[in-house]
Design a protein around this ligand. Structure first.
Ligand code: IPE
Ligand code: IPE
Ligand code: MG
Length: 229
């Protein structure tokens, strides 16, 4: 694969954990645990492929509408994964970023995030951007409110970009969604303006290096025109 055809930033909507569990007559949380394993595989596969930025949609602002039991299970799994991954991130030179609103994430999660983000800030390998309690409409609204607070009365697209959660995050060239759903679900609405989309019926817990390679091959076959001819 030629390096100039490797996207700098891939963003993934990791969907289908619940259906994966249902197929196996397991509780939904078992699907989320299997999904956490797919996250680790995918991070390693992305590093191997030479990706610089990987954004993973872990929890949306709309996911608070799920049953409390599932939310609690997801938060517990997230805390556990952050603990396990903190050490590995240092070993693998991974830098952790988070995109999303802090409220109402539990303190146990916020403390772990703050610790790992600070500990990995100087790492120069893959940047893993966790979209957590993330909503794109909220991100854009947050940017506009920042601009209003600064006294601006007229704004440009560049102003909005400068106030996104991570202004230095390049737009994703490729957005992948698993599980057969073909929608954005409030993900990266601003940054997706010229992204290529790759939808696969594979459920997130089954996603692996081979599936990532398929998405990359599809991306390489695309002609990106950006409004030109
Ligand atoms: C994605 O899997 C994980 C999260 C949204 C947290 P789902 O839990 O949405 O799985 P399905 O869509 O019910 O299969
Ligand atoms: C999108 O998946 C959010 C994440 C993957 C974290 P959902 O399963 O919540 O999306 P909808 O509700 O099917 O659109
Ligand atoms: Mg889903």
């Amino acid at each position: 694969m030629q390096s100039n055809q490797i996207p700098q930033h891939i963003a993934i909507i990791m969907d289908g954990n619940g259906r994966w569990a249902k197929q196996k007559h397991l509780p939904r949380l078992a699907g989320h645990h299997a999904g956490a394993k797919a996250v680790r595989r995918t991070i390693d596969a992305a590093r191997k492929a030479g990706i610089s930025f990987l954004t993973l949609y872990a929890f949306s602002t709309e996911n608070w509408s799920r049953p409390q039991e599932e939310i609690d299970g997801l938060m517990k799994l997230l805390a556990q994964s952050l603990d396990e991954y903190a050490k590995e991130a240092t070993e693998k030179n991974i830098r952790l970023w988070v995109s999303g609103e802090r409220e109402p994430l539990p303190p146990a999660i916020l403390e772990r995030i703050d610790k790992t983000v600070a500990a990995t800030a100087g790492n120069t390998g893959l940047t893993l951007n966790l979209a957590l309690n993330y909503g794109a409409q909220q991100e854009i609204t947050h940017a506009v409110n920042d601009l209003l607070a600064s006294g601006k009365t007229a704004i440009t697209p560049a102003d909005i970009r400068a106030h996104l959660y991570h202004p230095d995050l390049p737009d994703p060239e490729l957005i992948i969604r698993t599980s057969g759903e073909e929608r954005l679900s409030n993900f990266l609405l601003w940054q997706a303006a010229y992204s290529e989309f790759y939808f696969t019926p594979v459920l997130w817990p089954d996603f692996d290096e081979t599936e990532l390679q398929k998405a990359l091959a599809s991306f390489q076959a695309r002609q990106r025109r950006f409004g030109g001819i």
